[in-house]
Design a binder for this molecule. Structure first.
Ligand code: DAH
Length: 360
């Protein structure tokens, strides 16, 4: 006769050991299922004598009930453990920042941002925006700007020339935005107040020079525009652009064929611990070239130097961007590396305006 106590100990031990609900179910089927070991024992009751049955019946039924109870209890424990494990695995830290939605992941390139900033500032000063082509004639890039044929200043520009056309004329990639001055004079009557941002090209490449770069040109022409006005415009611009209350500027005499007199402008800065600051310090940093428009250039633009006069200025946009946003190397500007753009780029909603704040 089978030892019920031993069987019970064995089965209860197995139930206790069951690792998950599937293993437990397998045990249940093996003991209490249709062909299970305990079910088979119950079937033997039918063939017993009434006395035997009276004795064995309660024992086997008791065994079945205890097993059922043990399985039920174990199932609950396993279910709770499974739920705990799942809760731990699917735990969400609601204090983490939201991941950006795909439509806000795009970034505005610092150059575009700075052009927007420059445009916002000069619009506020009453300037409009004009543009010219990247491929320019030799005449507009040099001759009309008072660079004499064969003048060494033409060489200083490291020009990219295109192949000559059938008439032997070579176009070029403009070396500066100054030709747009002449285009503007030929297209508009004074008073003229325009800025002319755009791409420019020179055969030059190192940490702070790339063959393609950006300039913004400014031109003011009316009956009385003078150097005092020029200084005020440039100072107002620098204060607004660098977002400081005051800047100290230094006008150094210089030479450009298209302006007379000409000056290069430095702004005062400090360079403590490698960090550049404006409005303080004892260092100087060159930011632009400017001057009074040369009478020859006015004439080449179709204007009468006895009737009108004006001033012009030109600055490097990339350089302004590097200074303002602390970017040490110009080359990554044009490498289209999304990691760089992620770091230095601007969000599409940060549109610069003087009322909203240039840089938010
Ligand atoms: N075109 C000059 C350059 O590329 C910059 C410049 C200087 C522009 C003086 C001006 C100016 O309009 O007046 O180096």
């Amino acid at each position: 006769m089978i030892d019920l106590d031993a069987l019970e100990r064995d089965l209860l031990g197995q139930i206790e050991q069951a690792g998950d609900e599937a293993a437990l179910e397998a045990l249940r089927v093996a003991a209490l299922g249709k062909k299970g070991s305990v079910s088979e024992l119950l079937k033997t009751l039918g063939a017993m004598t009434p006395d035997e049955r009276r004795e064995r019946g309660p024992l086997i039924n008791g065994l079945r009930d205890r097993l059922q109870g043990a399985i039920l209890a174990k199932r609950e424990t396993l279910a709770e453990a499974a739920l705990d494990a799942r809760l731990a695995a699917e735990r969400i830290d609601v204090t983490l920042p939201l991941r950006e939605a795909p439509e806000t992941r795009g970034r505005i390139h610092p150059i575009s941002q700075v052009i927007e900033e420059i445009t916002a500032i000069f619009s506020d000063l009453g300037f409009s925006v004009a543009e010219g082509p990247d491929i320019e004639t030799d005449e507009l890039n040099f001759t009309a700007l008072n660079f004499p044929e064969g003048h060494p200043a033409r060489e200083m520009h490291d020009t990219f020339f295109l192949r000559p056309d059938n008439f032997g004329k070579r176009k070029l990639l403009r070396t500066h935005t100054s030709p747009v001055q002449v285009r503007t004079m030929r297209a508009k009557q004074p008073p003229i107040r325009v800025i002319m941002p755009g791409r420019t090209y020179r055969h030059d490449s190192d940490q702070t020079h790339t063959p393609m770069f950006h300039q913004v040109e400014g031109l003011v022409i009316d009956r009385s525009a003078n150097i005092a006005n020029l200084k005020w415009v440039l100072e107002s611009f620098c204060r607004a652009f660098f977002e400081v209350d005051s800047v100290t500027m230094r006008f150094r005499p210089s030479f450009f064929p298209f302006t007379e007199p000409s000056a290069e402008v430095d702004i005062q800065c400090s360079r403590k611990d490698g960090e550049l600051r404006f409005g303080e310090g004892t260092d100087w940093l060159e930011v632009l070239g400017c001057g009074m428009v040369h009478p020859n250039v006015l004439r080449n633009g179709g204007l009468d130097p006895d009737q009108v006069q004006g001033f012009a200025f030109g600055m490097g946009i990339d350089r302004l961007a590097m200074l303002k946003y602390g970017m040490p190397d110009l080359r990554p500007f044009f490498e289209a590396d999304v990691r760089w753009l992620d770091h230095y780029g601007f969000r599409p909603i940060d549109v610069p305006s003087l009322v909203g704040g240039l840089t938010g």
